[in-house]
Write a protein that binds this ligand. Structure first.
Ligand SMILES: Nc1ncnc2c1ncn2[C@@H]1O[C@H](COP(=O)(O)OP(=O)(O)O)[C@@H](O)[C@H]1O
Ligand SMILES: [Mg+2]
Length: 223
């Protein structure tokens, strides 16, 4: 089973008279347990591809299949529900809820998916433990370091047991050593769950944590 299949996917942004082909016709299959690094310069279409794969953005052309479900014709409402159950996101800017502690930030996801509270608390505690944050579960985001906040965001992305986890430059705000630690953790956690992942990075050193590296230049992939 493929976690992601892009078939003839293309994305064109229109601003006034200008057309920007952010993603040229793309075919891509990612098996259910593969970690892919997506590398390319700024403006090459990485976030566009990730957003389409995650059902945050609709392609101009082509079909998107996630976990054997074709999502390209879904309504916004269907997409929201589908994302909540099948996809995990970790963004560059960690957007934790500031007035919730680390564990509660994870439990929000379970609540949206109507998981019973006791089970959600157990799962959140286990994840935070795995991520080396067992002593930090009751800390608010501003009581955590940048690396710790990024680890909470990784835990949050894994709360719904997603089939596909999408990381957009997860280490760009961290120094090299912390970045390597976070990548190591991502690899361990993703492999433990046999989940597929796409990790966008502009740092070629990060590709050693992936099973496969795909390069993107001006919206065109090369394997
Ligand atoms: N909402 C938008 N409207 C118009 N152009 C956009 C929009 N989002 C991205 N672009 C353009 O599409 C191209 C790819 O952008 P993006 O996917 O964000 O690249 P990357 O993540 O690799 O930096 C860039 O030229 C960018 O300026
Ligand atoms: Mg980007």
């Amino acid at each position: 089973m493929a976690a992601l299949e892009l078939d003839g996917v293309r994305k064109v942004y229109r601003s006034g008279d200008a057309e920007i082909v952010a993603l040229d016709t793309t075919n891509l299959v990612i098996p259910s347990d593969e970690i892919v690094a997506l590398v390319g310069p700024s403006g090459s279409g990485k976030t566009t591809l990730l957003s389409i794969a995650g059902g945050l953005l609709t392609p101009t052309e082509g079909s998107v299949t996630v976990a054997n479900t074709e999502i390209s014709s879904f309504s916004q409402k269907q997409l929201t529900a589908f994302r909540g159950q099948n996809i995990g996101f970790v963004f560059q800017a960690v957007n934790l809820v500031p007035f919730l502690n680390a564990r509660e930030n994870l439990m929000v996801v379970a609540e949206m998916n109507k998981l019973p509270k006791a089970a959600a608390k157990d799962r959140a505690s286990t994840l935070l433990e795995e991520l080396g944050l067992g002593q930090r579960t009751s800390n608010l985001p501003d009581q955590l370091s940048g690396g710790e906040r990024q680890r909470v965001a990784i835990g949050r992305a894994l709360m719904n047991e997603p089939k596909l986890v999408l990381f957009d430059e997860p280490t760009s705000a961290l120094d090299t050593k912390l970045g390597a630690q976070v990548m190591e953790l991502i690899r361990t956690e993703v492999k433990r769950r046999q989940t597929a992942a796409i990790i966008v990075t502009h740092d070629p050193r990060m590709t050693e944590y992936a099973d496969r590296t795909i390069t993107i230049t001006d919206g065109v992939l090369s394997v």
